[in-house]
Design a protein around this ligand. Structure first.
Ligand code: ARG
Length: 278
């Protein structure tokens, strides 16, 4: 008999200290609409955004993470979503090249930070929104396309890192970045929202991750999948209750945080977090 994770054997979950980059949302607001979550008619509260973001920062510090900070830039309200600032493995920082003109200046701002912090920076040839669309799972890079990162950036990624890149097609505009539809839990496990992907991508995901957690529409609708795991502790949206239950069942330690203000910009926990892998 073969044993899957959901039956008899519960593997031990092991936390690994992470190094991440974050950007305090001092200039956060919603003044342009580049995803369905954003409505410039709904007021935002910048000080509440900063306070909620601080809770996430403090949570990471409490988990023993090394949290680096990039200075926010006035006029770049989405810069708080640091995941989009680039993609880093093996000390190589592949820069972002944003789809929308409103975010394009963030690309060089992040690349300057990477260079100043001794990363080997690769200027992008193709449109891509960094770790928003590229997720490392073990040795494989899952790469999203459909709304933001162009599919030719996937080939560029494969060339830079010499790793397998698996293209996944996003089909629901509410889940426009891969990190809104997939949560990476550790080197072999993910959670995802099935309805965010086309049929071909689902075949791929089911083959690669037969034991994946399948998220509910309700949890995805509060960006519950937009979470960040150290292999044991999984920082999630506090409203994602079924996801929390499923994580516990699988031996993870879910930690809820409330980023409701940053949700008005269409981002959650993971969007505010860029992993720095030296
Ligand atoms: N307002 C931002 C945008 O639409 C949110 C980015 C969310 N980031 C992420 N990694 N999913 O671009």
């Amino acid at each position: 008999m073969t044993l899957t994770e959901t039956s008899a054997v519960m593997p031990e979950r092991i936390a690994t200290k992470r190094t991440v980059l974050m950007c305090r949302p001092e200039f956060f607001t919603v003044v342009y609409r580049i995803n369905p979550w954003k409505d410039p008619a709904i007021p935002t509260d910048t000080s509440l955004a900063v306070a909620q973001w601080q809770t996430l920062y403090d949570t990471y510090i409490g988990l023993g993470f090394d949290v680096q900070l990039i200075d926010p830039v006035d006029g770049l309200p989405d810069m708080v979503y640091a995941a989009n600032g680039g993609f880093i493995i093996d000390n190589i920082a592949y820069g972002a090249s944003f789809t929308h003109p409103e975010r394009q200046p963030e690309g060089p701002a992040y690349m300057d930070w990477f260079a100043a912090n001794d990363f080997d920076v690769r200027a992008p040839q193709n449109i891509n929104e960094g770790e928003g669309d590229f997720l490392l799972v073990g040795g494989v890079i899952l790469a999203g396309t459909g709304f933001r990162s162009a599919s030719n950036s996937h080939a560029e990624l494969a060339g830079i890192y010499g790793r397998e890149v698996v293209t996944l097609n996003l089909v629901n505009p509410n889940f426009y970045h891969l990190d809104t539809a997939i949560a990476v839990l550790d080197d072999t496990n993910i959670a995802y929202l099935e309805s965010a992907f086309d049929e071909q991508s689902l075949v791929t995901l089911r083959a690669l991750f037969p034991d994946a957690i399948l998220a509910t529409e309700e949890d995805a609708a509060v960006l519950g999948l937009n979470s960040y795991s150290d292999g044991y502790n999984v920082v999630i949206a506090s409203r994602a209750k079924d996801f929390e239950r499923q994580l516990r069942e699988r031996g993870y330690n879910p930690i809820g945080v409330d980023l409701s203000e940053l949700l008005l910009g269409g981002g959650g926990v993971k969007c505010c977090t860029l992993e720095l892998r030296r």
